[in-house]
Design a protein around this ligand. Sequence first.
Ligand code: SF4
Ligand code: MG
Length: 281
Amino acid sequence: MKSDTLPLQLQPKEYKSANKPVWCPGCGDFGVLGSITKALAGLQIQPENAAIISGIGCSSRMPTYLNTYGFHGVHGRALPVATGLKTARPDLTVIATGGDGDGFSIGGNHFLHTCRRNPDITYIVMDNQVYGMTKGQASPTTDPNWQKGKLTPAGTGINPFQPLGIALASGANFIARCSSSDSNGTARILMQAINHPGFSMVQVLSPCITFRPEQREWKNRLIPAPEAMQATRDPAEAARLLLTDEGIYTGILYVGDRPVYQPKLESSITSIEQLEEEFRL
Ligand code: SF4
Ligand code: MG
């Protein structure tokens, strides 16, 4: 059989760009980069049919390292850009990536309303409970007693943001938590998140080994969710898994079936002149 008659299978490495990551050696974000490439290869999504959208921060550098379309935007604004792109190009696989500071502080309001709106995009948040790129300030998900923050030497003293509980309460359709230390397991969850219609929220615990080296111990506190691959559709059961103090549940923790936000793309505007007229003051 001639080789050109075989189906071409894209391998994970073919989704990586030529740019070498500038992350600190050992940063959890390397594992997430690997998981994203495995998920895209697992679904055989053509690179030109995928777009990775980010804000600002260490993990927001992700689009630079992938061989897809990408947009490295401004702080906290990945989700509105991703929603706009998906609205205009529903044929694309749109993935937003970023960190806990970018997504839950500067972009916190966008996070709430993207959960409510339910566009068919996947949001991967590499949560390390710190602002890494600006050298170690407490973030919204930082434990109140962490006393090594550059601006909070006595701890923040305030409750951490609970992103998955808030995602559930705000209407996210698919909620999962995984660990950067489990590259293949995270890739499997990302494949399901991408395939699930509606807003899929995936929190990846991704240690910042420079400013939070103690996060290497996270892997000892992880608990696979019961029957992890058959996620609950009961919000009350999901809330218990998401907000418990028993440990850190991982896996797909909630799946819903709310209608997807996808407005019709009909417009009477067909020229630049008409567009200018529409926005003329
Ligand atoms: Fe990763 Fe932390 Fe280094 Fe940023 S500062 S690249 S989050 S280890
Ligand atoms: Mg962070």
